[in-house]
Design a binder for this molecule. Sequence first.
Ligand SMILES: Nc1ncnc2c1ncn2[C@@H]1O[C@H](COP(=O)(O)OP(=O)(O)OP(=O)(O)O)[C@@H](O)[C@H]1O
Ligand SMILES: [Mg+2]
Length: 465
Amino acid sequence: MDRGSVLVIDDSEVIRNGIAEKLSSCGYNVTVASDGPQALEISRQRDFDLVISDIVLPKLDGIGVLKYFKKNRPEVPVILITGHATLESAIEAIRGKAFDYLLKPFELSELVNLTREAIAYSRKKRKNGAISRHQQTPPHGLDLGEIIGSSPLMQRVYDKISKVSKTDCTVLIQGESGTGKELIARAIHLNSRRRNKPWIPINCGAIPGELLESELFGHEKGSFTHAFRSRPGRFELAHKGTIFLDEIAELPLVLQVKLLRVIQERCFERIGGLKTIKVDIRIIAATNKNLEESVRRGEFREDLYYRLNVVPIDVPPLRERIEDLEPLANHFLDYFCLSRDIPRKNLSPDVLQCFHEYQWPGNVRELENLLERLVILVEGDTIQVDDLPPRFKSPKELIPGNVPTDFPATGISLKAEIEKYETQLIFKALEKANGVKSEAARLLGINRTTLLEKLRRRGIPLSSI
Ligand SMILES: Nc1ncnc2c1ncn2[C@@H]1O[C@H](COP(=O)(O)OP(=O)(O)OP(=O)(O)O)[C@@H](O)[C@H]1O
Ligand SMILES: [Mg+2]
């Protein structure tokens, strides 16, 4: 009888086996793990109806396990067990939204009852909420981590992930901001033979040039004013694993030369160091800029570009894979509602319509942030168009059609056509500026008062923007 699958995590063999035996004898399908990382590893390969975890564990503790499941598998209830009845861990367990917790020593029958309740709860939740990630079958047995989306364009991305994960080749991920480039880079690492080895991400745009060199290559003591101690760089730390060079277009030219050598020879020296360090690393780079354009402008070395661009992965913007919007929205709504322990909120059909028509310049990140805000702010259980920020409500009936490409025999009114074109540009600018009028005015190269005047003249109510 399939009463449900349970993952039991406890570092004490006696306890985990005791629990496993009891639950198995009650008809549950039990898997055991002795620490947090092992449990997460197992859970990436299979789904469970329930997780039972000790709080005090080596490496990653029960609270960490709980947080992982709330973020990545919010539909799976977690029961925490603790022998150290500290008030804080109990509070944390509740705050972290454990299904419940048990203090050691406890009666096994108590745990069996809780298990029954938790599994009934999670099955009901799955049936009602139909958490989106379970509707998608990951292609090629890939572990897609947190990636949601099964549009044809994303399937192409998954195909590439599947192919490149089997090799050690350098990958360049390009796509607009917020399209999920980092998730894709992680998925490549997770599905590669390096999955249990270091994953070292570094954002080349977030660290000033002088520090970046030391971050990447490390330094020897005394090699510069504040180098009080020798320190390994990220390339060294990534040995046997994967380094993810995010925002690669921001890498200063001097470091581009050094990176080229690492790519070609897999070796480098620390700053101020004499010893050549050899590393076995997989390099993944990402950018939201057009690197070819940067090469043309002389900001990015052409030879480095070709070395990085061995296998390019282009991540499509959300507006081009709008089929993914609803599953993504449902996933975020599930997650934000569940993690705040509030009833699941829904989107009204009009909101979905607005979402389908919107351009999503900030892509999935914009959708995620918007839904988090709406889950917090909207009181009812359905999110309505009125709850959306102004940028979703541009009065479409005021947007004229396309500029005529052919001349009607009756002629046109140049003034009226120019006026229509101007209106289109104004709306485009407002959309790009997320409704911020001063920013839209800047984009149009006019001052704010002129923009307001143009809007007023067109009878566009300012409050609608
Ligand atoms: N397909 C997806 N499924 C689920 N979540 C996603 C997906 N794509 C993006 N996200 C979420 O959107 C946010 C932005 O994703 P990510 O950081 O990977 O974007 P990015 O392409 O690296 O953006 P940037 O260029 O601005 O760094 C993250 O919180 C991520 O979890
Ligand atoms: Mg990123």
